[in-house]
Ligand binder design. Structure first.
Ligand code: SF4
Length: 375
């Protein structure tokens, strides 16, 4: 039996190649691609502007995969956590942070994670497998569908006071957003995206393709714990995407301890890769810093952090640690958070202390676990 090709795994050039292999003209690929990614067609029969013959041929050789959330939990602050069950039973999660016109979606790139960061709940789940390109883009498509069906209703206290860490507000070159638009994609859910680059790169190409999901590349952020050769590859292959680096320590001694990846790529090497990452114009590398009570939250840490990143265009996201059962780390005190934040702000660093959006539904950073598999 021939295995059918899932067309959601294919970028536009790959789809062109696939159709050319069946003797079809190039422009057919654009039509099919738009049906899949812009009109959300789930069957070939819906593709009314392509011939019945081609539709029949495609039905014999290809499929269009889909994901529907098995559960959606909504936090008191409007954050939505989507639980998806994959065809093989693995569970993954995506988190929507709704802000009118500036919805941000955090998506997963792997089921589990192999990086073993000590403070991370996702990391305790180990790596089960990489997500396919289709599974990555299907998270976005499923959430878009949900947003059309159930537009977010933000609490009265939301809006301006809710900070979207990955939105630079500069939308001068964009159309007015609709409440169902997803404006920012952050690859910071389950998994280390750069550990699955072969599938992540085509997924990003589909996201930013004008015939595909039509996202601006400056609205796509890839987060890494510091896989240096893969950062270099990402920069070569998709130079305009945003980079977020999960730093979390200012000495190799501590970083070796809490993030095993540091033993392979120590801080100096990681920062060199950040410096060389091809970011256009005024864009900055986002440094994520999970604050662990009594461990990396002192003013000495803030000083070292500033020294380390000062020659890289930077912004800093401080993420107060969310304690979970058996984790062995403490949340930082409010005083420590404020002092750290103030030290950086006073020295003209763009710093955001991430509020714990979604913490009541375990959707905050490092809390995604894909409950299907765990239950
Ligand atoms: S912090 Fe990121 S890279 Fe580290 S274990 Fe968790 S998901 Fe993996």
């Amino acid at each position: 039996m021939t295995v059918k090709t899932d067309l959601k795994n294919l970028t536009l050039p790959a789809l062109e190649q696939f159709l050319q292999g069946q003797g079809k003209e190039r422009f057919r690929a654009i039509q099919v691609f738009k049906w899949i990614f812009q009109k959300d067609a789930c069957t070939f029969d819906e593709m009314t502007n392509i011939s019945k013959e081609l539709r029949r041929e495609l039905t014999d050789t290809a499929v269009i995969s889909n994901l529907e959330a098995e559960a959606v939990e909504e936090g008191s602050d409007g954050t939505r956590k989507y639980l998806f069950k994959l065809a093989d039973g693995n569970g993954i999660e995506s988190v929507l942070i709704p802000i009118e016109g500036r919805n941000t979606l955090c998506i997963s790139s792997q089921a589990g994670c192999a990086m073993g960061c000590e403070f991370c709940l996702t990391g305790t789940f180990k790596l089960t497998r990489n997500l396919t390109t289709a599974e990555i883009v299907n998270q976005i498509m499923a959430v878009k569908r949900d947003l059309v069906r159930n537009p977010p209703t933000l609490p009265a206290s939301a809006g301006e006071s809710l900070v979207n860490n990955f939105d630079d507000d500069d939308d001068s070159d964009e159309h007015p957003p609709s409440p169902a638009d997803i404006r920012n994609i952050v690859m910071m859910g389950m998994g280390e995206p750069l550990h699955n680059l072969d599938n992540v790169i085509p997924a990003i190409r589909i996201m930013i393709d004008g015939n595909g999901l039509q996202l601006s590349n400056r609205r796509v952020t890839v987060s890494t714990c510091g896989l240096v050769p893969e950062m270099e590859r990402l920069g070569r292959e998709i130079p305009n995407v945003n980079l977020a680096v999960s730093l979390n320590a200012t000495t190799d001694e501590l970083r070796d301890r809490i993030m095993p990846v540091n033993r392979r790529y120590p801080i100096k090497e990681l920062l060199r890769a950040c410096r060389e990452f091809p970011l256009p114009g005024r864009r900055k590398v986002t440094f994520e810093y999970v604050m662990l009570g009594g461990l990396n939250d002192s003013l000495d840490d803030a000083k070292r952090l500033l020294r380390l990143i000062s020659d890289i265009p930077n912004k800093v996201n401080l993420i107060p640690f969310n304690e979970f059962k058996g984790c062995g780390f403490r949340a930082p005190t409010r005083t420590a958070i404020d002092a750290f934040h103030k030290y950086l702000i006073d020295r003209h660093v763009t710093v955001i202390t991430r509020d714990s959006r979604g913490s009541d539904i375990s959707a905050a950073c490092g809390q995604l676990k894909g409950r299907h598999v765990v239950d």
